[in-house]
Design a protein. Sequence first.
Lengths: 297, 48
Amino acid sequence: MRRNWLSFVKVTRNIKRRALQIVAFGFSNAYAGNFLQGKIYKGTWKQICNPGLNCYSCPAATTSCPIGAMQTVAGSIKFDFSFYATGFILALGVIFGRAICGNFCPFGFLQELLYKIPFPKLKLKKCFTYVKYVLLVLFVLILPFAVTNVAGAGEPFFCQYICPVGTLEAGVPLVLANDGLKSAIGWLFFWKMIVLIITLLGTLSIERFFCKVMCPLGAIYGLLNKVSFYRMHFTPQTCVGCKKCAHVCPMDVDPHAIPNSTECIRCGKCVDVCDANALKLGVFQHSSIISSENNIG
Amino acid sequence: MTNKQRILVSFLILAVAIAFIIVGVLRDEVSLIFNKAITICMECVGIG
């Protein structure tokens, strides 16, 4: 009887996460009607950054992309660094860590849906997960302020040359709906389409491909996993070493070895599958759990 | 890092983050971001 009740609780957690993702996606892209008209929302919500990655030129987008915002300010004539966008990302990251990726990010949600499509599945080599740090440092942090035109203005290098989210959510729908934009496309659009196709193929075969390999926002949140308030609590004393947690993890993390890995998106699948109740997601440690974190952090 | 040290670092980062947001708002970065966000971003679209 108790086991059946526990099974019900485990199912409910995943349903709750899905519901959160749907609500976050809906809030992030509330103006779907704009797709038909080829225009974007211009209201005051755009002053606020989205917690996840969502292009602000998506016709439906309600809020601003935090990575786009960082580059906009860094590439401006007035400033080289965005305190507002950086502070926003740091605040959310230190509170939630990469739980934002697993529960609120619109593109993370899209990737999970795409992965369900039958397609040959592959495992990603760990070395590729470091690519996102290179993209973060080079394309998001350095190039927008380091490479400028004669007026002193830089370009949003990640948005311009890499971001497949912008291509998918903004580039494709706006070019299709707007003849003026259609006539202006050149080599850059085709390059971004190549990046998008590679990302989509990667997403079909590797779970959360963009999150693992390319997302600069996930890179920042992931680093903050180590110190975030909301975190994974692991009880080694109750763990039986079955490794079910590692097998079920969409990010190829071994939660019992590295409970707060920089790759962990705090989706809770490992918590659900752990029969020994050795894993828990939350802010506070359970009072009856003796955690090794007091000794090793 | 002990648990207490980690919590201290967390609160420190949160304080820095809040300070950053305040500085950013005072520097009027929000209007820069807003003006960018309400105009179709040619770089994002792939036109440059």
